[in-house]
Design a protein around this ligand. Structure first.
Ligand code: HEM
Length: 365
């Protein structure tokens, strides 16, 4: 969609879709404005939404958001995340072992998709016996089937409230125990807020990280000089990953609702309308990024909006970066000359919100 994005930035950067009551916003500066002016652009879902996820950080505004974010941040600290590194390496190596035995695999199915799910399951303290259910909930949460979406949230709610109660009585070294016991001046998370957060982690953390990893593999495969530089110098991996966030942003767009009448780039927006921020377009805006359509692993600074901006800035950013770094390091160590299977024609999955491929067959030689 890069050509379409460029066209929209040049001709109609803030444009109203009256059928859907939505403003589409394409330029970096404007997307950033919508992200950061949370008193005007609200994250709250519709009034009658009542899934657990609607009471999570992602779907609340201040002051509620501030309180929730502080509480979940107590449980989801940089120390907790860094502590996961050895487990992430172990899972990564075993996924590559299985892939190596086959020689040719779909990188999505074999590596990029299972990794984040296993990591979140471990974080939450989901037992090995329940991993199968966990995987299918994770799939159902992002499926287009509304009944499945509702049903799996019901099942997850029951499942996690049992665990939350157990952890309340007997804390363990896991995220749910941290959430149950998080306390800021006497304020604690309610059961529904804990469940909403657990479900949010699956929604926010799985497919996004999967797509980041797959896109990174694809960029390395298609750009021989990038591959060479990364093989020669692994310290370039983090800045290469930042460029993946920018160049093929896993989250392409996000919504807000307009809370107060306001103006944006000369257009009048009214309360009750919606805004679709095109992150994917903002990250290719040549007013901010020099040669935006070039993949440059040395780009510095790289102020991409791939992880959002402002008060809702991605809480899992360090985890996502760490997972992707560990996978790419392992890939380059073990299979520096892996190739994409070029007999397969790449196809983008049917989603405007996510940048994802249907399949990424690779040959591990
Ligand atoms: C928020 C992207 C991985 C947890 C966000 C937002 C973006 C984003 C754009 C802002 C949403 C908004 O402003 O409405 C990504 C991408 C990822 C990733 C591209 C991977 C490549 C993760 C992971 C986790 C996570 C691994 C946790 C396990 C969250 C949470 C929020 C969030 C909890 C909500 C924060 C809040 O509302 O205060 N993410 N994310 N994300 N992300 Fe991520």
């Amino acid at each position: 969609p890069l050509t379409w994005f460029r066209n929209m930035r040049d001709t109609s950067p803030v444009t109203f879709n009256s059928d859907r009551n939505i403003w589409d916003v394409f330029k970096y500066e404007d997307v950033k404005t919508v992200f950061t002016r949370h008193e005007i652009f609200s994250s709250q879902g519709s009034e009658n939404a009542e899934e657990p996820i609607d009471s999570s950080v992602l779907r609340t505004d201040p002051p509620k958001h501030r309180q929730l974010r502080m509480l979940v941040s107590q449980a989801f600290t940089p120390r907790v995340i860094e502590g996961l590194a050895p487990q992430i390496s172990t899972v990564t190596q075993s996924l590559f072992d299985q892939a190596e035995a086959q020689g040719a695999v779909d990188a999505l199915e074999s590596i990029a998709s299972p990794l984040p799910i296993v990591v979140i399951a471990e974080m939450l303290g989901v037992s090995l016996a329940d991993r199968g259910r966990f995987k299918s909930w994770s799939d159902d949460l992002v499926s287009n089937d509304y009944d499945k979406y509702i049903q799996c949230q019901k099942e997850m709610s029951e499942y996690f409230s049992v665990i939350a109660n157990e952890r309340r009585r007997e804390p363990q070294d896991d995220l749910i125990s941290n959430l149950v016991h998080a306390n800021i001046q006497g304020e604690q998370l309610s059961d529904i807020e804990i469940i909403g957060f657990c479900i949010l982690l699956l929604v926010a953390g799985n497919e996004t990280t999967t797509n980041l990893i797959a896109s990174a593999m694809l960029c390395i495969d298609s750009l021989p000089d990038v591959r060479e530089q990364l093989i020669a110098d692994r310290t370039l991996i983090p800045s290469a990953l930042e460029e993946v966030f920018r160049y093929c942003s896993p989250v392409q767009s996000m919504f807000r609702s307009v809370k107060q009448d306001t103006e944006l780039r000369g257009q009048q927006l009214f309360a009750g309308q919606f805004v679709n921020m095109w992150i994917g377009s903002a990250n290719h805006d040549d007013e901010v990024f020099e040669h935006p359509d070039m993949f440059n692993i040395h780009r510095n600074p790289n102020p991409h909006l791939g992880l959002g901006s402002g008060i809702h800035y991605c809480l899992g950013s360090q985890l996502a970066r760490m997972e992707a770094k560990i996978v790419i390091e392992a890939l380059l160590d073990r299979f520096p000359h892996f190739q994409r299977d070029r007999s397969h024609v790449l196809e983008r999955a049917n989603s405007t919100m996510m940048f994802s491929l249907t399949k990424l067959p690779i040959l591990l030689k």
